[in-house]
Design a protein around this ligand. Structure first.
Ligand code: G3P
Ligand code: MG
Length: 244
């Protein structure tokens, strides 16, 4: 078994997060998959952006939910990172799928519905997945665990991943009760061999986030963690090649 390289927000050390530039670089770096964040527009279109607000990563202002897709299309989501990326856009989920479905990338969709609940987000996301026939290549994760339950109700075949930050004693029990396929713990928790063993015993693939330190990458690869989310897929891919 080889640990999967999942580019966190794309290769976000090399290009502006959650843009095609970052996802293209993830592919070039040999990533097995990409993780990206989804918010909802005023007209209920899932769009790929991390924050609830536009200010940090685009030329826009205010909340994503207060803007229609047409408003967002005029924004620049690249120049905050470096001038050479001016003109990068906020992708819609449909555009992302259309662009990368011919690759073999795995898609880890993170629903950003813990701060703003976004009624209708699950339904819109699941429609896009089935429209593109990508059911077998996606994992939907969220810190909002009830949202994962809603996804499973809407489509029992979809794989969900329990994303969490606060330490739990027996996280596998919660993940199994939510019907999750995988667990997505903050990587610091995985210093505990009991936790790694507990996930393995319960057959829950572990997607550790967000691991940017090469020593931590090596530790997790040596412990046969199923997947690592990193801003540096180019470094992790090298470590996995050497370990193989
Ligand atoms: O999916 C793991 C990770 O992306 C969660 O944190 O804030 O980077 O979306 P964040
Ligand atoms: Mg994320």
């Amino acid at each position: 078994m080889q640990t999967l390289v999942i580019a966190h927000r794309g290769a976000s050390s090399l290009a502006p997060e959650n843009t095609f530039a970052a996802f293209d670089r993830a592919l070039d770096a040999g990533a097995d998959g990409i993780e990206f964040d989804l918010q909802l527009t005023k007209d209920k279109v899932p769009v790929v952006i991390h924050d609830e607000t536009l200010g940090r990563t685009t030329t826009g202002k205010g909340k994503v939910i207060d803007h229609s897709l047409a408003d967002l299309e005029s924004l620049d989501a690249g120049s905050w990172f470096a001038a050479e990326f001016a003109g990068e856009k906020i992708p819609t989920l449909d555009e992302l799928f259309a662009r990368y479905k011919k690759s073999s990338l795995l898609f880890n969709l993170e629903l950003k519905n813990s701060v703003i609940e976004y009624p209708g987000l699950e339904k819109a996301v699941l429609k896009s997945i089935t429209d593109h026939e990508l059911e077998e290549r996606v994992i939907i994760s969220s810190f909002n665990h009830q949202s994962l339950v809603r996804c499973k109700k809407l489509n029992p075949d979809i794989r969900t991943g329990m994303l969490y930050f606060e330490e739990m004693e027996t996280p596998w029990e919660r993940a199994l009760s939510l019907g999750c396929y995988s667990v997505h713990p903050f990587f610091h928790h995985l210093q505990s061999p009991e936790l790694i063993a507990g996930f393995k015993k319960n057959k829950l693939p572990t997607y550790a986030w967000t691991v940017n330190d090469p020593e931590q990458m090596e530790y997790l690869v040596n412990n046969k963690i199923e997947a690592i989310l990193t801003d540096y897929p180019q470094i992790l891919a090298g470590i996995i090649r050497k370990s193989g």
